[in-house]
Each structure stands twice: as structure tokens, then as C-alpha cells.
Design a protein around this ligand. Structure first.
Ligand code: GLY
Length: 292
């Protein structure tokens, strides 16, 4: 990616990325290593002035292509044995948002989400019609053999929705997320990831949030927006808002998972009530620390 040197008003920037909440056993080192490398790359893009929206899109593309998460190449199959992927991206400057749901042919569903946001009057396109429309728009498509899970013997069990939130040097916030969905899902099921307010949210005046976990619980609680609402109406700081959203609202439904968030001050947070969540954070302070 060639960073666009427009966002250099401030020295402050931050990126938080996640590779999903998990239950039980610790994830393989491959996931941690991939996440760390991607976070560092994203941090350097932001340092060079890249816009938050472009950075979250490129981060999610890298995670989709890595094949070690439940997104893009590593997407799990539904109960019918098919891959159906969801993704969304949101621009904190304008509240513009684009999303795709239950797509099966796009190599990078997050690119589909960005395309929907930029080139259509809609927010969310779904299913084969979305695949066809986006393929006609020039987005790269793949056949079934591309996905690890569609092979007779997958290399290992892919896990983990992916997501990213970023603050750029212009003070703009963005959020993006992508997933193959939840284990055991029915054909046609759409989770929280492509739904604004549930799977993600971004508003420059408040916060950018990306969720991960049991999608139905995040849909019921509109949890990503709840963090923003707590900050806006209850004037809660980002950490308190995120903790209350997960440990009060999400838990009240019996839901499990977590979220990452960043605000315009560059304050970052990750909170989960599952056994764990894979998270990497890279901020302007991290860069300065590394360069000292
Ligand atoms: N949070 C991902 C899903 O439930 O689809």
C-alpha cells in the first residue's frame, strides 16, 4: 500500500487488531505471530500518514489472506458445507458504512464492503447477488478450492473473526471486520460482523469499535454502539464504557466474546469475557519506544 500523506496533522495514531475471542485451548503461535506482524505493518502505515479507513481495510485483507483466522481463506463452513462470509467497514468521519453478508466467491469480503460503501447507495448487500455484483465491479473472486475448510483435510482448524480499529494522524477513526461466521451456523445465517452497531461502529467524535464472539448476542445487545452510547450519553471514558458493555450488557444475555476500541485521543482498550481474545495494539508511543 502507498500511504497517502494527507494525515500528518498530529503525531498521534493508534491501531488495535484482533484475531477473535476464544474458548478453551490457547490459539496456535501462528495466529499470534501473524497478528503481531500485521499490527506492526499497520503502525508504520499510520506513522507515514495513511488514512485510518485505508489502513483497516488493508489490515483485514492481510488477515483474510493469511488463512489462519476464520475469515477470507480460513473461513469455516456452515452446516451445509459451504463457506458464507460476512464483512463490514465504517468511516468515523461520516458514519458511512458498507457491508457484505453470506458471500461465497469474494477473495476479500472486506474489499466488497468498501466497494458497497463507495459505489452504491446501500449499506449491506448479501448472498449470490452481492457476489455477482461485486465480481462485475472488478473485485477478485475465487472458487471453492481456495478455502482451507473446503478441502477434504484442512491443515488445521481455523478460528477467529478478525477486526481492526484505527486512529490516523488527521484524527479520523475507522473500523473493519470480517468473518466466516460462527461454528455450527445454518446456511444463510448472518452474524453481527456486517451489522453496523453490533459488529462494529466508528464515529470520530466518540470511538471506533470492533466486536468478536457469539454473533447473536452482539446482535441482541447492539454492543459496538453501546460503547459509543455510553461515551456519548453517560459521558463514560472509553475503558469504563467498554467494560460495562461487555461485563454488564453482554453478560446479561449470557453472551461471550469481546471488543477492541480506540478513541480520538489514541486511548485503546480490549475487553473480553471469553477465555481469551487475540489482540495486538500499536500506537505512536510504541513506535517512539522502539526507536529510542
Ligand atoms: N462474531 C462472528 C459471528 O458470530 O458470526
Amino acid at each position: 500500500m502507498n500511504p497517502i500523506l494527507a494525515c500528518d496533522d498530529s503525531t498521534r495514531f493508534a491501531i488495535v487488531i484482533h484475531g477473535g475471542a476464544y474458548w478453551g485451548a490457547e490459539p496456535e503461535p501462528a495466529r499470534r505471530t501473524t497478528l503481531r506482524k500485521v499490527a506492526e505493518r499497520a503502525g508504520r502505515w499510520l506513522k507515514d500518514g495513511a488514512p485510518a479507513l485505508a489502513v483497516v481495510e488493508e489490515v483485514v485483507v492481510l488477515l483474510e489472506d493469511s488463512g489462519v483466522f476464520n475469515a477470507g481463506r480460513g473461513s469455516i463452513t456452515n452446516l451445509a458445507g459451504d463457506v458464507e462470509m460476512d464483512a463490514a467497514i465504517m468511516d468515523g468521519r461520516t458514519l458511512d458504512v458498507g457491508a457484505v453478508a453470506a458471500v461465497s466467491q469474494l477473495k476479500n469480503p472486506i474489499r466488497g464492503a468498501r466497494y458497497v460503501m463507495k459505489w452504491t447507495p446501500h449499506v449491506l448487500l448479501s448472498g449470490p447477488s452481492a457476489d455477482d455484483f461485486l465480481a462485475a465491479g472488478g473485485l477478485e473472486t475465487v472458487d471453492r478450492t481456495y478455502f482451507h475448510a473446503a478441502k477434504p483435510k484442512p491443515d488445521f482448524e481455523e478460528k477467529g473473526t478478525v477486526g481492526a480499529v484505527a486512529l490516523d494522524r488527521c484524527g479520523n477513526l475507522a473500523a473493519g471486520a470480517s468473518t466466516g461466521g460462527f461454528t455450527g451456523k445454518m446456511a444463510g445465517r448472518i452474524g453481527d460482523t456486517p451489522i453496523p452497531g453490533a459488529g462494529l461502529y466508528a464515529d470520530n467524535d466518540l470511538v471506533a469499535v470492533a466486536s468478536t464472539g457469539h454473533g447473536e448476542s452482539f446482535l441482541k445487545t447492539v454492543l459496538a454502539y453501546e460503547v459509543a452510547a455510553r461515551m456519548r450519553f453517560a459521558k463514560q471514558p472509553i475503558e469504563e464504557a467498554a467494560n460495562n458493555a461487555v461485563f454488564e450488557t453482554l453478560e446479561a444475555t449470557g453472551g461471550q466474546g469481546g471488543l477492541i476500541a480506540v478513541n480520538s485521543l489514541g486511548q485503546t482498550v480490549s475487553v473480553y469475557n471469553s477465555d481469551g481474545m487475540l489482540v495486538e495494539t500499536f500506537t505512536s508511543e510504541s513506535v517512539l519506544a522502539n526507536e529510542d
